[in-house]
Ligand binder design. Structure first.
Ligand code: GLY
Length: 448
């Protein structure tokens, strides 16, 4: 192992952590504490001279032990469960330089009631109407207020549910009565938690991530995610079937003023957390809606989105290691970080049953060299290598992402579709319409 390179620890095992590893090996040694033998991460660890351990990524003690044993210089944690379980706190307590939100700071993600209250206080004009439910008898009167305002409702559990707990009216809950029943079910099944009723926002959802040391904030290009399982946004919600960013850093339906407003909400929230004694560190990931009445806040994550992080990191100019070092030392230099003026698209391949668990693993192949020749990057997620270019799915999650960059969104989308058709075999499914010209045209019209 070269002495001059810093040694980074990545914690996780998905496509997002694969993208961290791919960026970090450009100038650093990468070790990884991972959920399973992720082929991309393993390749990065081995080629950079690092070490790997498979284990429970919420087991802070084992992660600290591994990090100390291999002598890492910096840890980077950017996955929801480890953050919520205090992995960053444990690493910091043991004296390891770490980038990522502490448990207190990541509350902005793992407690939806808290985050809505923080935004209402810090940036009230951007906050949707909401009601917090502690007890069953509050449900009917709260819903009555939504009826009076002629608003549909989004019902959110307070805590993390891996994207599976939020239900929207009328897509998942037909009417206010269904909302009441679901809220009651949540109060009973998650007795230590509150339930949040939020105004269903009408408009287009998007994400903007900010890299921050708690004070300085570097905004990334905005991204548009495809959470629905099937083409044309049908079927159940998922962790995200794909995502794109545009070459100008905005999305076809956003203006500069929209982006400025999102940035101001994020700055207000960071200041508010800081004033309350919680300095945020890492990636503040803002979910917003562009509505007819302007920008509205939807939710925060305390980490890179997956796949949004893959898109953004594929455009980062310069060294991720350097960015992380300056976040850790609280010297993040806004002027020195930039993103290539290119479009980026990522598409996830999943098992046919996804988002449900597959009854059994299935084998597939990816011609990695072929993808690479097309200028496409392969990021394995819930998959392991059988041998060479033969891999197997692991059952529940998204399997492998293919990403690319280029001049415009639709041509990158087409190139990924071609790459998948040509270089992937096996029973995997994906959304060919992620970043399609039809979608881009529809979004561009909605801005006019
Ligand atoms: N793409 C959604 C997420 O990262 O939570």
């Amino acid at each position: 192992m070269s002495q001059s390179k810093d040694h980074f620890l990545v914690v996780g095992g998905g496509g997002r952590e694969a993208s961290f590893a791919l960026e970090l090996i450009k100038d650093s040694v990468v070790s990884a504490f991972i959920t399973h033998q992720n082929p991309t991460i393993l390749d990065c660890v081995h080629s950079s001279g690092g070490s790997v351990l498979v284990g429970d990524v919420c087991d802070a003690e084992s992660i600290v032990h591994f990090a100390s044993e291999v002598g890492i210089d910096y840890a980077f944690v950017s996955a929801d469960d480890p953050l919520a379980n205090g992995v960053v706190d444990a690493l910091l307590e043991s004296g390891i330089r770490t980038v990522g939100a502490t448990r207190a700071a990541s509350r902005i993600e793992w407690d939806k009631v808290f985050s809505m209250a923080v935004v209402k206080e810090a940036a009230p004009a951007f906050t949707p109407f909401f009601e917090i439910i502690d007890r069953a008898e509050q449900i009917e009167p709260a819903l009555e207020r939504f009826v009076l305002k002629a608003m549909d409702v989004v019902v959110k559990p307070q805590g993390l549910t891996g994207g599976k707990g939020v239900k929207v009216m009328p897509e998942h809950l037909r009417d206010h009565k269904d909302c009441a029943n679901y809220a009651l079910k949540l109060l009973n099944s998650r007795p230590d938690e509150q339930v949040l009723f939020v105004e269903k926002l009408l408009g287009t959802e998007f994400t903007i991530m900010g890299l921050t040391d708690g004070c300085n904030l570097v905004m990334s290009p905005a991204s548009y995610d495809y959470p629905f399982r099937f083409e044309n946004d049908t079927g159940p919600g998922t962790g995200g079937m794909g995502c794109f960013t545009a070459a100008d850093g905005k999305l076809p339906f956003l203006t500069d003023a929209d982006i400025d407003q999102c940035e101001s909400v994020m700055r207000c929230v960071l200041e508010s957390l800081d004033k309350a004694g919680t300095r945020f560190n890492g990636v503040l990931n803002g979910g917003f809606f562009k509505t007819a009445k302007g920008i509205r806040f939807m939710e925060f994550n305390s980490r890179f989105g997956d796949p949004e992080g893959l898109n953004v990191l594929s455009l980062l100019d310069g060294s991720l290691a350097e960015v992380l070092r300056t976040i850790e030392s609280e010297t993040l230099n806004v002027e020195s970080i930039s993103f290539s003026p290119a479009a980026s698209v990522t598409k996830y391949l999943v098992a046919a049953e996804y988002p449900n668990r597959s009854p059994s693993p299935s084998e597939f192949t990816v011609n990695l060299d072929g993808m690479s020749r097309m200028g496409l990057t392969t990021y394995f997620s819930a998959a392991e290598r059988v041998s060479g270019n033969r891999f197997t799915t692991l059952g529940g999650s998204r399997v492998v992402a293919i990403g690319g960059t280029g001049q415009d969104i639709a041509s990158v989308s087409d190139r990924i579709n071609q790459g998948i058709k040509q270089f992937v075999t096996g029973d995997l499914d994906y959304r060919s319409d992620v970043g399609s010209q039809v979608d881009i045209d529809r979004m561009t019209e909605s801005r006019q």
